[in-house]
Design a protein around this ligand. Sequence first.
Ligand code: ZN
Length: 313
Amino acid sequence: MSRIQYGMVALVILSGLVLAGCGTAPAGQQSATGVRVVATTNIVGDVVAQVAGKDVQLTVLMGLGVDPHTYVATPRDVAAVHDAQLIFVNGAGLETFLEPLLQQAGGQACLVDLSQGLDLLPAGHAEAEDEHAGEGEYDPHVWLSVPNVMRWVDTIATALSEADPAHAEGYRSRAAAYRQELEALDAWIRQQVAGVPPERRKLVTNHPAFGYFAREYGFEQVGAVYPVSPAAEPSAQDIAALEDVIRRLGVPAVFTESTVNPKMAEQVARDTGIRLVRLYTGSLGEPGSGAETYIAMMRYNTRAIVDALKGSE
Ligand SMILES: [Zn+2]
């Protein structure tokens, strides 16, 4: 009985959003191990870790290479959610698993929706009505725009400081330092992109993950192998239409992603005779990949996109 009630409490907080009902943890819960915090994706987890330092006990639900659209919670994840004081979520409809997970886990965590206050784009395709497809009303891939992640940093610092005032100074100073790194990253991306002629800034990707990146840095998403979501197979007609777009616009590369099956993209690249270039979108890369952190991932992707599109063979 109490399990179900706890689940309902968590869901009420979910609809109330940022910091609703979040207070300081009782003194007894602020042990030497710190505030118990959960992050959903490993990208959210990296940004939270930059701000949190060693002052929190952080559990990241999605391991390396896990695609957020097809993630399934493990018993360890359910336990971490049950015990958490704060749960940082990407939001914008990415975590379709969240409500059932909260109901199953119970607990009294406070949810922090990092998409709150961001200027959200509509979902890649308006006709995406299949809730299981993973893409709802909004395009959830907010993190591929660095200014959005700068906002995350402010939200994370505020939430951690409110939950754990004793360490507020540390959260604020680490957030300020990381924000400076993000500002440098953002400037670097703009500088790199300036080397690509505007008429060549056309992205064909495995699934439409680059809406915020495109809006921020002056690209256009002209097509995707999985036009709705990696969870919905494209039809032969979808593929033919995409290949037509690639030939018509002279797009030189198709970008695939570490967490999405590349088979269809390989087929498209073969059929049209263009390059296949792998990027990181839904997950950070494995050690040695060059995409081990959010900042490294953005640099890796930018280099790969600029190299493929700028036209110097
Ligand atoms: Zn996605």
